[in-house]
Design a binder for this molecule. Structure first.
Ligand SMILES: [Zn+2]
Length: 316
């Protein structure tokens, strides 16, 4: 089963993905983007990285898995996604020595941690013998959509922690001024899930595709539950305690298919029409759920996830 999600979301005054701070100035992430009209001009525009989205999703996945009594390792459980980096990390996460055999290693990690099963890992011990597992979900940079590209802004806002009238002001300690770059734009959003390898071996070529857990369907269901909450509550991004964005989904398309089938990029406005046209040409038992065409945002997401769960019964 393949789930493909694309959307457009208006984010006003967000600071969801900051990069370095220079002194008291905190910078918003920027990326170069080519505007396809007008001589392919390149703009540096605000962006939210795929890593940021993936981190938020995996935190929620860990929590959802634990609530459903599915295994999550000691580190992923706490939102520390070191993911079996080397021997010591493995030992700390799973409370045992890493298996020498590659297949056994992957089996061990996958069996004992849903986050690394779904989100992948990279084991790179000093002595060699790397084992890697590719993530089963795919996401990427949120950038301003085409019509919003030239109009996207980044603006530093002055803030201060003021302590006038207290003895702490002397020596310049009582007053801190700082700048946070805020941005406003309509961003594209992309997130795909390929459930094919959840609970299955991938690394050793002789055993790739072999089922190595006995709760594969539960794991896919939990991943879908996490996805539903992730979308509805928009659970990713930094600085949300004091820079909670003013947000509104403009549109969203969720496609469910039996094989890889991705929704076209929401960078251009007619992506919903393009998606429908694509379905007329390419169809792997593909079903579309479109906001706002098919109801409120929540209705569309919940409906799609319910249908996806029905499909889980049929996955092999
Ligand atoms: Zn883990």
């Amino acid at each position: 089963m393949y789930v493909s999600i694309r959307g457009r979301v208006l984010l006003n005054v967000e600071a969801m993905n900051m990069t370095e701070s220079v002194g008291n100035y905190v910078k918003h992430r920027r990326v170069p983007v080519v505007l396809p009209d007008t001589n392919y001009t390149t703009y540096f525009v605000p962006a939210i990285s795929g890593e940021s989205i993936a981190h938020g999703f995996q935190e929620l996945l860990a929590e959802t898995a634990r609530k459903n009594n599915l295994p999550v390792c000691k580190l992923c459980e706490k939102g520390i996604f070191l993911k079996s980096t080397h021997e010591q990390v493995f030992k700390e996460a799973f409370g045992q020595d890493p298996p020498k055999d590659e297949f056994e290693f992957e089996k061990n990690v996958v069996t004992n941690c849903v986050v690394e099963d779904v989100g992948g890992f990279l084991y790179a011990p000093r002595a060699g013998g790397n084992v890697k597992r590719t993530s089963t979900f795919f996401t990427g940079y949120m950038i301003p959509v085409k019509e919003s590209l030239e109009g996207a802004v980044i603006e530093p806002q002055l803030h201060s922690r003021y302590a006038l009238g207290t003895p702490f002001v002397e020596g310049g300690q009582g007053q801190m001024i700082y700048y946070v770059e805020l941005s406003s734009a309509v961003y594209n959003f992309s997130f795909d899930l390929d459930a094919r390898y959840i609970g299955k071996a991938t690394f050793s070529y002789e055993k790739a595709g072999e089922e190595i857990v006995n709760d594969r369907k539960d794991r896919i269901r939990v991943t879908l539950d996490a996805m539903q909450k992730f979308l509805i509550e928009f659970m990713f991004g930094a600085k949300k305690t004091r820079f909670l964005p003013v947000m509104e989904w403009e549109s969203l398309v969720i496609a469910l298919s039996d094989d890889v089938w991705t929704v076209p990029s929401p960078f251009t406005k007619n992506y919903v029409e393009d998606t429908k046209k694509k379905l007329q040409k390419v169809d792997y038992n593909t079903e579309l759920f479109v906001y706002p065409d098919n109801g409120s945002f929540e209705e569309v997401v919940i409906d799609a996830i319910e249908k996806a769960k029905d499909r889980v019964e049929k996955v092999e």
